[in-house]
Design a protein. Sequence first.
Length: 550
Amino acid sequence: MARKRLGDLLVEAGLITQEQLEQALADQKITGRRLGEVLTHSGILTEEQLIEVMEFQLGIPHVNLHRFPTDPGAVELVPEALARRHKVIPLKRQGNRLTLAMVDPLDYFAIDDIRMTTGLNVDPVIATHDDVERALEQYYGLKQSVTEVLKDVRPEQIDDEQVRAEDAPIVRLVNQLIEQAADGRASDIHFDPHKQAVVVRFRIDGILHTQMRLPKHLQPVLTARVKIMANLNIAEHRLPQDGRIQLKVRGRPVDIRVATLPTIFGEKIVLRLLDLRHAVTRIEELGFSDRNRTAFQSMIQAPHGIVLVTGPTGSGKTSTLYAALHQLNMESHNIITVEDPVEYQIDGVNQVQVNQTVGLTFAVGLRSILREDPNIIMVGEIRDEETAEIAVRAALTGHLVLTTLHTNDAPGSITRLMDMGVEPYLIASTLRGVVAQRLVRRICPDCRESYPPSPDEAKLLADHGLTADSLWRGRGCTACHRTGYRGRTAVHEILPVDDEIRSLIAARRPASEFRRSAEEQGFTSLVVDGLDKAVRGLTTVQEVLQVIIE
């Protein structure tokens, strides 16, 4: 390979000027960073532009380490200190050649260093800085911890020293997995017990990805460590348990909900990560269209009545309620919530945690709340007729009640309340409105590209009163792990309860008539709101169809 310099390549490609190169080289001497890091940190170039120059002008392949299978034998060839110093990851060995993923494939000192250490010829490939950093933690940090755990663990006798000492290998392993999940924007960590292994999976943007497989005999000590962190009973293996972990990950507070479930191959554990920095606190951040946001704010400003937020588990209902509470939270209001569990703590709001073991259910908590002179009540979920009846009575006696229900759409929530046994005249008197929502993945902003809609897509849009000359999709890049998506947003349908719908409720009419009446007033369905977001380039038509079944 011809020994070209990165700066000269960038100038030749017209991406930077000679003056910018000279300034970057001067900054490089001061900071000690690589030239590419200096240019990207200053905003002159993106990392994708750097990679494209090296990939197309030098013919050096670009790999996505998130998907590229790494040979553990190859990793063993390069010492950890050397890999971290040069920002490299060994991928595979073929004969006397070693494929090496590098942040800077033009770092000839690093290539020579690896060649002399391993005795192998080096074939460099390009990887992003974030990919390499994650891989270093995964293949060196985690690998070392797993190796130490295998040496240290005595599964037949789990003692306090194994699972409580801060320097114990299992403690480091669990902490590293949590750090890796938080760094990767994972919402959940799954420890899945299989017959011959324990599979660790991360849920990122709603999709599960297998992270690693651990030997089966590590399961007892892994389970015990997580239970100790969550203050659960480590001797109880037959019943489900719920707990909570509060810790700091790289200096930022992370709240973790822990749930265990006995299965035929042992206890499955799910950790839900709630990064307090990313908690939604403003209604403007919820993804409402202008019309829907105005309707929702009008509902929650009512002095009394019920506002329902509906959708399946994991559709962002709690975030919507918390954003509403943040807006309503003021000195003149006494706000009390009863939740299972309390996900985010809000200053100035009295939050009650449901505790089934001592008999503190939603219904019991709600009944007690009414004696505390509240203005606004938030009930985490209406699960039964008793809770529904008390919520309705609270709304009738002058309280604003915010709560959630599990239904597929907004009109169906009214029918669900009737099915629970709530009298239609009570629903008609108290219900202010219903918000139904789902979460869809956002198109990655780094690899977003337009394309002409297919005939099927054009017809689908036309069927819902929409048109578009072009749609958007993610090409797939390192920032989004080649998925084309990064982050999520919500799609909504809002059913305000007006006089016409109240009369339909009182007459026990079906949900289809509620919908028909609302459509005459400009009601926007989940599908239409989702497709509108696709037309505006926030998500894709495929994602809308996958998440929202019409």
